[in-house]
Design a protein around this ligand. Structure first.
Ligand code: GUN
Ligand code: ZN
Length: 441
């Protein structure tokens, strides 16, 4: 039985665009529709064709003239840092010690964790993000709060308890055994419950002893189906400190390689100052470098070299990295990604931006059969975008003449005001704003 017919200007990618003129990389239906049945996509195409497949009397959500796309995907951010965005004046290590390790201590209190988890997931949805990969705090309660909030909204979310047993305040340190035991319990409780996926999360080499890295290796070996997330090569002082703690490693990347932490399910935040050797190791292992443009600019960390990743065949994805990242909006993030690449003489076409936020990030998670594109059988996670959401956008759009130009306006000027609706497994999450008509197709 069909539940809902979503009408609008439907756009979805089928492969990575090769340039701004690569019209074969996507499917676009100017008067298109997505038919939703039991939380999944039943059909996608021109409105007339799709409407014929719907049951008579199906409700129609008519979003014309807005764009209907797959829900956006954010591959790296920190839910306990929601109230620490815009913390002034420091680079990575000082910023962590001054602001973040203070903020994250609040998540010992389950009520605080639950409150922020609810606001955090709602903020993601307001920005059109339907899937995110998040770090929780060291407290298992923060993971329960995170997955509970995601489950209440039926979102496909990935997350895990940070493990750290050194170079952090006492109140934020676990031990190798506790980190291992708590992670195991959380995997048993949450991994693949509903739409939840667990990520084993040693914070970074600086905050884990060799003993905790060994425990991480064991967790990853025992749970090959879980993701792994950590940070790599974000800041020069961080690199010097991390490599001094593991003198036997060839370089920063080799620290993680030696502990068996690199594989197709591994997401490595930042990856800015890597040698060709290190990027080649990522390419060989299938690990993903995560580009976090607003964060890298905010902390003065450096510029992600996407072209070198492509040349050496390494996978990459894109993310907000809130709270070093300055916005929950993947649109704003791509606007900044464009500038970071431009500064290095690299091009980021708007087609590529929209590919990256959707199918590209889904592929980085090996979840492209479920999310990131609109195709029959996929989960019905969908965002509706208004390219004229602000007066200045409306003016700019008066002279726009192509879909690519419209997308570029959206990524350069858009933010949460451009998100007019978001569907999670077919359910509208901003109801009140969407006008659902009953109609006979
Ligand atoms: N490296 C280790 N922890 C963090 C964090 O919380 N944010 C960022 N940006 N980098 C990190
Ligand atoms: Zn991070």
């Amino acid at each position: 039985m069909s539940d809902l017919l979503i009408r609008g200007r439907v756009l979805t990618f089928v492969r990575e665009p090769e340039g701004i003129d690569d019209t074969a990389s996507y499917r676009f239906f100017e008067d298109g529709a997505v038919l939703v049945s039991s939380g999944k996509i039943a059909a996608v195409g021109p409105y007339g064709d799709v409407a014929k497949q719907a049951d008579g009397g199906v409700p129609i959500a008519d979003h014309r003239p807005h764009l209907v796309l797959p829900g956006l995907i954010d591959t790296h951010l920190h839910f306990p840092q929601t109230q620490a965005i815009a913390s002034y004046g420091a680079q990575l290590l000082e910023w962590l010690n001054t602001y973040i390790f203070v903020e994250e201590q609040k998540f010992r209190a389950p009520e605080h964790a639950a409150f922020i988890a609810g606001r955090f997931t709602d903020e993601l949805l307001s920005n059109g993000t339907t899937t995110a990969v998040a770090y929780c705090s060291v407290h298992p309660e923060s993971v329960d709060a995170f997955f509970t909030a995601a489950e209440e909204r039926n979102m496909l979310m990935i997350g895990g308890k940070v493990m750290m047993d050194r170079n952090a305040p006492d109140a934020l340190r676990d031990t190798p055994e506790r980190g291992y035991d708590e992670t195991k319990q959380l995997i048993a409780r949450w991994h693949r419950r509903g739409r939840a996926h667990y990520a084993v999360s040693p914070r970074f080499a600086i905050t884990s002893t060799p003993e905790q890295m060994e425990m991480s290796r064991a967790l990853v070996a025992e749970h090959p189906d879980c993701y792994v997330q950590t940070h790599l090569s974000e800041n020069r002082d961080e690199i010097a400190f991390a490599t001094s703690l593991f003198p036997e490693a060839k370089d920063y990347t080799d620290i993680y390689a030696r502990y068996g932490l690199l594989g197709r399910k591994t997401l490595l935040g930042h990856c800015i100052h890597l040698s060709d050797r290190e990027i080649s190791v990522l390419a060989e292992t299938g690990a993903v470098g995560v580009f976090c443009p607003t964060s890298n600019l905010f902390l003065g960390s450096g510029l992600f070299d996407r072209d070198r990743f492509d040349k050496l065949g390494a996978r990459h994805s894109v993310a907000t990295d809130v709270g070093a990242g300055t916005s929950f909006s993947m649109l704003e993030t791509m606007g900044e990604a464009y500038k970071v690449l431009h500064l290095q003489g690299q091009r980021l076409s708007p087609l590529n931006s929209f590919y990256m936020m959707t199918l590209g990030n889904a592929r980085a998670l090996d979840l492209e059969d479920r999310i990131g594109s609109l195709h029959a059988g996929a989960d019905a996670d969908i965002v509706v975008l208004d390219s004229r959401a602000k007066p200045a956008m409306e003016l700019r759009m008066q002279v726009a003449s192509s879909l690519a130009e419209e997308l570029f306006v959206l990524q350069t000027m858009g933010d949460d005001r451009s998100v007019t609706e978001v569907y999670v497994a077919g359910k509208p999450m901003q109801s009140g704003r969407v006008e659902v008509r009953r109609d006979v197709p």
